[in-house]
Write a protein that binds this ligand. Sequence first.
Ligand code: SAH
Length: 466
Amino acid sequence: MRNHKVYLIGAGPGRADMITVRGLKILQQADVIIHDYLVDKAALEGLKPGAEIISSERYGKKACHGRSGQAQKKINDLMVKMAKAGRHVARLKNGDTSIFSRISEEIEALEKNKIEFEIVPGVTAASAASSFTGVPLTDRRYSSNVVFVTGHENPDKGIKIDWRRIAGMDTIALYMSSGDISDIAWKLIRSGRPETTAVLAVSNAGAVNQKTAIAALGSIADTVQKNAIKAPAIFIIGKTAGLEKRYNWLRKNRRILFTGLSGERFFLKGTYFHLPLIRIEPLEDYSGFDRYLKNIKMFDWIVFSSRFGVEYFFKRLKELGLDARILNNIKIAAIGNCTSERLLDFTISADLVPKKESSKGLIDEFRELDIKAKKIFLPRSDISDKGLEKEFEKLGAKVTSSFAYRNVMAEGLPDLDLNNFDEIMFTSPSGVRSFINRYGKAPLKVKIACIGDTTKKEALKWGLLG
Ligand code: SAH
């Protein structure tokens, strides 16, 4: 029998790395991923080659509560159809799988069709809002219970909320309420909750554009409006919300918007928000590049100026059925530690890594060697300038450069209030250009940090450095 098992997985809210390790492992083996629109698109990168990614948006309205029965049915049918076709299906749901997610309808559709399934939990929005603001949902002193409530009442569908009972809970985590918060706050007050009760509003919890506001129940609606807190947002109501002032670590830490591509490093001072402004993509046509690879023995040196050059070089080598032994007798240089470390992953220890991590540093060291008439191969990005090539030529070398990958501006970058950051860090000139293209300029109070001279030059050119 064909394996038609379906996994219903919680993606967590706000950011791609909020998924569980188990969820991610399963995702990486899936042929088809059907995801909610709120799932961070970065979670859908680097999956199995050829995996089909389908957004539930294609089937109707965005929000869960707004998703029509019709749209839900189409998602169920699709899941069943794909599973029956023998494909490995992952249904990736925002937050946790079991909280306001209409999972019962999906389970019933699978049951009815005798399709085996498993459920993998996720971090629910209330937990993320709690962690990313330092506000506990329970506290031995103030709160021994917490209730998750949808603000989306619909008596026709059996959702009639008993606000009296809700108002009596210690902590209330309110979902799907940003549009109706004025009405809901009023209902809670009328049901006996004091107007002075603390309320914390968090939109886009965990994401680079997270916003928070704190107010008393009586004035939360005004505060939400004034601070433009929009969906998806969650409200934490109760005494623990009052701890925000003391416990909000994010407000106290230095907040750094890191715009480069390298992976997140932890235990650095300050909190890093990762917003890659560029993307690295393969070329459409590798025939030119491959020709050089097949004749790589004709070169004396290969100079890698980025780790992506290394990655695409070896990817193509593999694709061509060649292996690293073909590089025997060729000398290899790498600019930057990242590049030389990536080479080590392919068991290549570079012959030359300039102490100064830049093209200039590299040329200075090559000047000490005799490279007259030596043949140099330079795998590079489609947008790098010809500076390095020219410098090598000045030293009498014969340079062949070839595009190994494309460097493109990231799409779908979120609206951001840049004043929420203390520092913006750029790591490449293309990142600077993408930033200018999307955000125009940076507020004066925000420090701009640049890694590398060429990045700094580009930032100066666009007036980012004052
Ligand atoms: N299953 C999800 C909830 C889906 S209902 C979970 O467990 O979190 C959609 C609602 O979730 C939104 O209206 C909002 O109230 C909340 N939500 C989802 N993502 C959020 C986020 N990043 N920040 C704040 N609230 C979020």
